[in-house]
Write a protein that binds this ligand. Structure first.
Ligand SMILES: [Zn+2]
Length: 74
């Protein structure tokens, strides 16, 4: 997946990040994408239109270790 400009899928009114374009059945946030209306690229539609949970999910992937920030405070 291109993390700087991943493929996004329109589900209802929200764009979700997907790993492999049209074949993907689930967004990066874990939501099932049953109502797939269109697909595009993150930079094309703008981050403000993308599911915030999806954005967090790929940011966490990029960091490599999921325990580094949020979980270290517990
Ligand atoms: Zn999402």
């Amino acid at each position: 997946m291109d993390k700087n400009n991943p493929v996004v899928m329109l589900c209802g009114k929200v764009w979700h990040i997907v790993e492999s374009g049209r074949e993907s059945e689930m967004g990066a946030c874990g939501r099932a994408l049953r109502e797939r209306r269109a697909h595009s690229r993150l930079l094309t539609i703008g981050r403000e239109n993308v599911c915030p949970v999806c954005l967090k999910a790929i940011a966490r992937d990029e960091a490599g270790d999921p325990a580094t920030d949020e979980l270290s405070n517990r």
